[in-house]
Design a protein around this ligand. Structure first.
Ligand code: HEC
Length: 302
């Protein structure tokens, strides 16, 4: 099938064609822009939540070492209190937070390759992140999305955990150097032989992202549906308006002028339109009258 050439199209069809073209290009450009903006905003929202939680957990860690541990120093001689360990307090505070239904699917991990508390043992995904931090000491943060079977899209933010101070080695170098009360509680197998400045694990926050991303997707679809509907309506309205206001009057004028040229009786349009079509019909009216008069004179002369 051959497409009709543009110059063979009627005025209203030509205009509709150009409107559709502008509409299609506009929709693609607008769609790309809206999609990027909405997605960026969603990702921003997710990552800012994760960063805020990460900073809060670090504040809990600092509070534990700077405020809690010195207070309990004397007690620590006879009894080991995990409450004085930053890792323990951060994980415990986060568990408390998870009781709030809004945060129940969030996760905070102090994933470690050789942990003191085996519940901190890094899984496969966490080990990969830790290895990448160990192989690239300059890298201070990793973020991204992972697919979770139950939660769908999950955002993660990970930062390296390093043996940053000599004091860490009091408990994490050798079982002999560690407080006996700690050995009694945690045993002498795990969480030792760490070295100064070694990256031993990673703090990881997991934020469920599916809901926010789906909302963003819905927002994108509704914006696009509104744009397409409005553009479609505008095109249809412009088509009919052009047909009524321009095409039909011009067709009528052309039929009248054709009749006039063949000597038919001319009927005045008597349009009271103030626009260009009105001007044209009044000119045709004048032309019709003049011609009619001329015809009549010729007839009389005969
Ligand atoms: C007083 C002993 C002590 C000191 C000092 C100490 N830790 Fe620990 N650390 C522990 C214990 C005990 C745990 C396990 C806590 C729990 O039950 O979650 C732990 C847990 C951790 C964990 C979580 C993974 C794991 O092993 O279970 C990290 C990471 C960690 N410590 C890093 C450090 C760093 C870094 C320092 C120095 C800034 C430090 N620790 C100093 C005793 C200590």
């Amino acid at each position: 099938m051959r497409l009709p050439s543009l110059k063979n199209l009627q005025l209203a069809q030509k205009l509709t064609f150009f409107l559709c073209l502008i509409f299609a290009l506009g929709t693609i450009a607008n769609g790309t822009f809206v999609h990027n903006t909405v997605n960026q905003a969603a990702q921003q929202e997710i990552s800012s939540k994760a960063i805020m939680l990460m900073e809060t957990m670090n504040a809990v860690r600092d509070y534990t070492s700077n405020n809690i541990k010195p207070q309990l120093k004397d007690k620590l001689v006879t009894e080991f209190l995990p409450e004085t360990v930053p890792a323990f307090s951060a994980v415990t505070v986060f568990q408390q937070l998870k009781k709030n239904s809004e945060y129940k699917d969030f996760l905070y991990r102090e994933a470690t390759l050789n942990p003191t508390n085996l519940s901190d043992k890094a899984d496969q995904f966490e080990s990969k992140i830790i290895d990448s931090f160990r192989n690239d000491s300059k890298s201070k943060e990793k973020t991204g999305f992972i697919e979770n079977a139950t939660q769908g899209n999950v955002f993660y933010i990970a930062r390296p955990l390093a043996v940053s101070k000599h004091s860490c080695l009091e408990c994490h170098s050798t079982p002999a150097a560690a407080p006996p009360s700690m050995i009694a509680k945690y045993g002498s197998k795990n969480g030792f032989n760490w070295h100064l400045n070694e990256i031993i694990g990673s703090q990881i926050i997991l934020v469920p992202a599916q809901k926010i991303l789906s909302n963003a997707q819905h927002l994108f679809y509704s914006v696009m549906a509104t744009t397409i509907t409005l553009f479609g309506l505008a095109t249809v309205m412009i088509y009919f308006w052009l047909q009524r206001q321009v095409v039909n009057p011009i067709t009528k004028i052309s039929t009248a002028v054709e009749g006039l040229s063949m000597g038919n009786n001319f009927i005045k349009f008597d349009s009271n339109r103030q626009d260009e079509i009105g001007l044209l019909t009044r000119s045709i009216d004048k032309l019709g009258i003049s011609l009619q008069m001329a015809f009549n004179r010729i007839k009389i002369k005969k």
